[in-house]
Design a protein around this ligand. Structure first.
Ligand SMILES: *Cc1c(COP(=O)(O)O)cnc(C)c1O
Length: 375
């Protein structure tokens, strides 16, 4: 059995004809840069998300950086973000001369913990970046309230939760990435809406921010060769947009397939002592970018090794808190510590999950996990 974390080949095989046709169209019209597929994707994605503006860009990290650049922050201004996330979230903050203020997460949802955040607020705190980790939304209602109270911008890092719905207490439902002032996402191949290379997008309902973001992503120009601000060159490739135009139509069915696979794991793994299946948030749907277990009693690494000997891949997202990374040394004192983040870095283990459910494979993964805990 050849088991993979993500079965991109199986997925491609089912949409091959449509994808190849769209790619061929791009090759035939040679509009390689900002071709019609890019605009088409922008409009379809705006419709799907029910958001006023989508600004496609080159990747998810660029999306975060451009979002941050659009806010007119000053060097030394502080941006709150979780310490338990992919490096990109905090990296761009530091790159822009801002200070990442790394905070703890909730042990069940893995998302930013809002209670107790007040103590991190200083006169320099200007923004907060919730990350919708593994596929479900952070508690956006509380985050928006907290941000309003302290006049903060909210930038959602939605690279892992595209397609997820968040429900407010008044019943309003919004797609993740469209709730904060700006949302960012990635179309890296293994993401839930992945292209066949790099890609990303920025979302906002604010017309002025949208204009600024579009300008920054395009060398700071609105009119060609007239540059108002220092920007960058960040475009979604036309060929990638062509792929996304096909795959966007399947995004909801892909989320369903991921949920089906997650439910299958849940049903068979929830009985194992020393293992915790992923908790569901009350107010968010889950799109299972990752299916992440908590392995208790210090057994995570031995379980991973055991699975790997059976040719079952698994991943640790993420093994080291951001504040313990050498690159982030300058932002924290040497004894800085966040208890939940540290615990999760020792306990989390993500199993293969994707859109191509195969019962035989899932049964094998489940039976080997059972064997490990029996022995
Ligand atoms: C993947 C990811 C990014 C970065 O996206 P790229 O397209 O790889 O630059 C940012 N934040 C999170 C949480 C991610 O998972």
């Amino acid at each position: 059995m050849n088991i993979q974390m993500v079965d991109l080949k199986g997925q491609y095989d089912k949409i091959k004809e449509a994808v190849n046709t769209e790619i061929q169209k791009c090759l035939d019209n040679t509009a390689y840069i900002n071709g019609p597929a890019v605009k088409e994707f922008q409009l379809e994605f705006e419709k799907y998300l029910n958001v006023k503006h989508v600004i496609p860009c080159a990747n998810g990290t660029d999306a975060l950086q451009i979002a941050m650049m659009a806010l007119d922050l000053k060097p030394g201004d502080e941006v709150i973000c979780p310490a338990f996330t992919y490096v990109a979230t905090a990296e761009v903050i530091g790159l822009l001369g801002l200070k990442p203020v790394m905070v703890d997460v909730d042990p069940n949802t893995f998302n930013i913990e809002i209670n107790g955040l007040e103590k991190y607020i200083t006169s320099k705190t200007k923004a907060i970046v919730p990350v919708h980790l593994y596929g479900q939304s952070a508690d956006m209602e509380k985050i928006m309230e907290f941000a309003a109270k302290h006049s903060l911008f909210v930038i959602e890092d939605n690279a892992q939760a595209i397609g997820s719905n968040y429900t407010f207490s008044d019943g309003t439902v919004k797609k993740t990435g469209t709730i904060g002032h700006i949302g960012c996402t990635s179309f890296f191949p293994s993401k839930n809406l992945g292209c066949y290379g790099d890609g990303g997008a920025i979302m906002t309902n604010d017309d002025q921010l949208a204009a600024k973001i579009r300008m920054i992503a395009n060398h700071g120009q609105e009119k060609k060769y007239y540059h108002k601000v220092l920007g960058c060159n960040s475009r979604l490739d036309t060929l990638q947009a062509a792929v996304l135009n096909v795959k966007l139509q399947y995004l909801d069915s892909y989320s369903e397939a991921r949920n089906k696979m997650a439910a299958y794991y849940d049903n068979h793994l929830n009985v194992i002592e020393g293992l915790e299946i992923p908790a569901r948030s009350d107010n968010s749907t889950h799109v299972f970018h990752q299916y992440t277990l908590k392995v208790k009693n210090g057994k995570r690494d031995v379980l991973q090794k055991y699975l790997s000997e059976k040719n079952i891949p698994s991943m640790i997202y993420y093994p080291l808190p951001l504040y313990k990374q050498e690159a982030f040394e300058q932002y924290v004192s040497s004894d800085f510590s966040l208890p939940v983040t540290e615990m999760l870095c020792e306990e989390v283990l993500s199993l293969p999950i994707h859109t191509e459910f195969n019962q035989e494979v899932s049964d094998f993964v489940i039976s080997e996990i059972n064997n490990f805990f029996k022995s």
